[in-house]
Design a binder for this molecule. Structure first.
Ligand code: BGC
Length: 399
């Protein structure tokens, strides 16, 4: 049976009332997660607080997000500024099909040897340097420097990494490459890196999110004096449509990461494809977030496809806004302070209409008080954030 555009609009629109309810449920889930009650929010401690902005020294930053690996040698100047001295990046999946370190056929050793080889490509073997590692997956943090992968997300399947401590895996691969003088000393989530990068210069920064291929938010918990990685992509008190259920059922981990599967770039194309098919539209077998972005940017693209894309993008922004409202209600219910929400990721940076819809949703709910909340794009926070984390863990710089 095909549906009509009007019915689709109704199903895929997040109303003001729904946003309000989601924000309240999100806040309750935060409270539950923090007090050890069952909760979709893991509320993972990072064992890292806010930077002073005065951190200095030269550090290596390794950024592993699931699509690419990037290595940077970063000099922190201690006055909110930094310089990237050297850098290299490579895809984890070769576009020409020669390798794919994210597939089930790849092993932990192969993946981490690849990361170590990328590090080796930009530093001398005798360099003494501390390394901060941004590893953008849900991890049980043992301390600042050690974290065990709880489970892969974003459809990554590399064998033998779940349940393992990632700094040990990296240290093993560095040793195999003769790079034992490089010492991993901090491992953080990319949301945490984004918050550290923003807070290095902006004292009001206390929430950070990634709105890209994946989705997640962290916040600075003043009571715990620590940044908490909520793993909000797993939030699940949400108005699911049949499209969302289909995306979930076909995914690597059904029933998990339900918010992420409604809002992240990895899944938006498929949601739009299913909705278009429901309208009786023939579309390519796979649709990506880039295709949706191209439709939205092109006034000559078919109107119904542009409408569907707009609906999916606006819904994503409003759901994320509702979770931000939940965090604000938890941390500062009266909005007595200024808050900067630092955001990185391709959707926030590039998807037509996304950033505007996010801002509008906050204003719709907060009215005049929305002035206390600033949304700020932080590009590449996971790189400099890893260096800042390493500097907090090892203030003496390289040695
Ligand atoms: C992961 C998070 C990460 C987010 C953005 C999610 O799939 O679970 O840890 O922060 O993607 O990269």
């Amino acid at each position: 049976m095909t549906t009509t555009l009007d019915r689709l609009k109704k199903e895929v629109t997040v109303t003001f009332e729904q946003m309000t309810a989601i924000a309240a449920d999100f806040k309750s889930a935060m409270d539950a997660g923090l007090t050890g009650q069952p909760s979709p929010l893991k509320m993972l401690p990072s064992y890292i607080g806010r930077p002073s902005g005065r951190e200095t020294g030269q550090y290596l930053a390794l950024d592993f997000g699931g699509t690419n690996v990037r290595v940077q040698l970063i000099e922190l100047h201690g006055d909110g500024r930094w310089t990237v001295r050297r850098q290299t990046a490579a895809p984890l999946k070769d576009p020409a099909g020669k390798y794919d370190y994210t597939a089930a056929g790849a092993t932990a050793a192969e993946l981490f040897d690849f990361l170590a080889a990328r590090i080796a490509s930009i530093v001398d073997k005798d360099i003494n340097v501390r390394l901060g590692h941004t590893f953008s997956f849900p991890c049980r943090q043992l301390d600042v420097g050690h974290a065990e992968l709880i489970s892969w997300t974003k459809e990554i399947r590399t064998a033998g990494v779940e349940g393992r401590e990632v700094s040990a895996l990296l240290a093993g691969s560095l040793a195999r490459q003769g790079l034992s003088r490089i010492k991993p000393c901090a491992v953080i989530n990319d949301t945490v890196g984004t918050l550290l990068a923003a807070a290095y210069t902006d004292p009001a920064a206390d929430i950070a999110a990634i709105c890209g291929t994946g989705h997640n938010t962290c916040y600075y918990d003043a009571g715990k004096a620590m940044i908490i990685n909520m793993e909000s992509g797993n939030f699940d008190a949400l108005p699911f449509t049949a499209y969302d259920d289909a995306v979930d059922a076909a995914s690597e981990k059904p029933a998990g990461q339900r918010l992420e599967k409604m809002v992240a770039g990895r899944y938006l194309g498929e949601i739009a494809r299913l909705a278009a098919a429901d309208l009786g539209r023939t579309t390519p077998l796979t649709l990506t977030a880039e295709t949706i972005a191209a439709w939205l940017a092109d006034p000559a693209a078919p109107t119904d496809l542009r409408t569907i894309a707009g609906l999916a993008v606006t819904r994503a922004a409003r759901l994320v806004a509702a979770t931000f409202l939940g965090v604000l209600a938890h941390s500062d219910p009266g909005l007595t302070k200024n808050h900067t929400i630092a955001i990185d990721g391709s959707l926030y940076e590039k998807m037509p209409g996304y950033a505007a819809a996010l801002k509008a949703a906050l204003a719709e709910k907060l009215g005049g008080a929305a002035e206390t909340v600033t949304l700020r794009l932080i590009k590449d926070g996971s790189g400099v954030g890893a260096a800042i984390a390493a500097a907090i863990a090892h203030p003496s710089g390289g040695r």
